[in-house]
Write a protein that binds this ligand. Structure first.
Ligand SMILES: Nc1nc2c(ncn2[C@@H]2O[C@H](COP(=O)(O)OP(=O)(O)OP(=O)(O)O)[C@@H](O)[C@H]2O)c(=O)[nH]1
Length: 379
């Protein structure tokens, strides 16, 4: 999953490590190196602590070494707004084992990173936001917390990715647990992306957590839609509410809610037609569903492999009828990761699940932190 993107991110780390003219931590002397791991970590803690206090401690540090000139030079450095480290800062960073990266060192690697993100179908505004955060983190104060260039890059990428991926994230499990039952969830998105399969998967995911569900086929537009969802319902032994082709989608989902109320069912999963020609049609249909059943959540479904197209559709659907979150299917077949990185930032609504295969269990709750760690992981 997302292997192409992983490679590109690790390419950026290598680029910075190889090309940037950085000061790596100074070598420890022999006696220090021979100290026990406990002593080393205590030393690391002390360094981190003193780094935390660095802005206040600069004067103290300089005076303690009896260097009044350095003191003066240092305070003038601190008042300097641009990101270029002075010779004194570089020398001090080298001596204290901190890393200094100059803006020009980052230019080429950042350019390459931008190209790599765009090639991976990351949406332009998202790629720009990632670059801005990486630049800010690598040239900014946070560099004091890390020890090697690799760690610095990783920490900057981690923060930059999380910043865009975790937009609007909420706890789906908690939302379901706390909502009055039945909870009504309506699924939107174009046909063929795995919408019906995702409804079946979610029904199974809910059952695994003790929630009963009923499916309602609001896709009254497409011939064969009833049969398709019925197959899933039969396999999973769930009730399906459906009307004849051409019927009113809002009426089907309403019947689903009534059925759930009458049978003490926890969740109503309402499919909708995706093949609407204009956003006016879409809006009218979803508005009617909103009015008639007032769903607790509207989830947009699209396939991760569609990359930019999926991102654009997410935006269009959200503009036409506001979504609460997204499910990205076929993540198992997606190397680029562009949609997974971009959808939340572009729509302001979180990805809630990833589809990871064709089986009913192949659905994973989306955890931004886990995704970022796996994108930056070594494996
Ligand atoms: N590899 C993989 N295949 C998936 C995933 N989700 C769905 N599929 C497959 O994608 C195909 C289309 O899925 P459907 O659920 O029929 O698509 P749909 O959007 O409901 O299509 P309509 O019913 O036409 O709206 C099926 O063959 C599914 O098995 C996934 O997460 N990974």
């Amino acid at each position: 999953m997302f292997d192409g993107l992983k490679d590109k991110l690790s390419g950026f780390r290598k680029d910075v490590e190889e090309n940037a003219d950085v000061e790596e931590p100074a070598e420890r002397d022999e006696t220090e190196a021979a100290e026990s791991p406990a002593a080393e970590s205590a030393e690391a803690d002390r360094t981190a602590e003193s780094d935390d206090e660095a802005s206040d401690a600069d004067t103290v540090e300089a005076s303690a070494s009896g260097d009044a000139t350095a003191d003066a030079a240092d305070s003038s450095d601190d008042s300097d707004d641009d990101n270029e480290p002075s010779t004194f800062q570089r020398a001090k960073a080298f001596a204290t084992g901190r890393i200094i990266i100059e803006e020009e060192d980052l230019e080429q690697p950042l350019w390459d990173l931008e190209m790599a993100l765009l090639e991976s179908d990351v949406e332009m505004s998202v790629a720009e936001r990632i670059l801005d955060t990486v630049r800010e983190k690598m040239l900014g104060e946070s560099r004091k917390q890390v020890e090697t260039t690799g760690e610095l890059v990783e920490s900057a990428l981690h923060d930059a990715l999380l910043d865009v991926i975790a937009v609007g994230q909420f706890d789906f499990k908690e939302r379901i647990a706390e909502a009055d039952k039945p909870v009504t969830i309506v699924f939107t998105g174009v046909n063929g992306v795995g919408k019906t399969t995702s409804i079946a998967k979610l029904s199974e995911w809910l059952a695994d957590r003790g929630y009963s569900s009923v499916m309602a086929n609001g896709d009254t537009y497409r011939a064969g839609a009833n049969e398709q969802i019925q197959e899933h319902a039969d396999r999973l032994d769930r009730e399906l509410i459906s009307h004849d082709q051409g019927g009113d989608p809002a009426a089907v989902i309403y019947d689903g809610v009534e059925y759930a109320e009458a049978h003490d069912i926890d969740v109503v999963l309402g499919d909708t037609a995706g093949r609407l020609h204009t956003s006016d049609d879409l809006m009218a249909q979803l508005e009617k569903i909103d009015r008639v059943v007032d769903p607790d959540m509207t989830l947009f479904v699209d396939e991760a492999v569609a990359g930019q197209d999926a991102v654009n559709r997410a935006k269009e659907f959200n503009d036409a009828a506001e979504i609460d979150g997204a499910i990205l299917t076929k993540a198992d077949a997606d190397s680029s990761g562009g949609a997974a990185i971009s959808v939340a930032y572009v729509t302001g609504k979180p990805i809630l699940f990833l589809g990871t295969g064709q089986g009913y269990d192949d659905i994973t709750l989306f955890e931004p932190e886990e995704l970022v760690e796996s994108l930056l992981g070594e494996e």
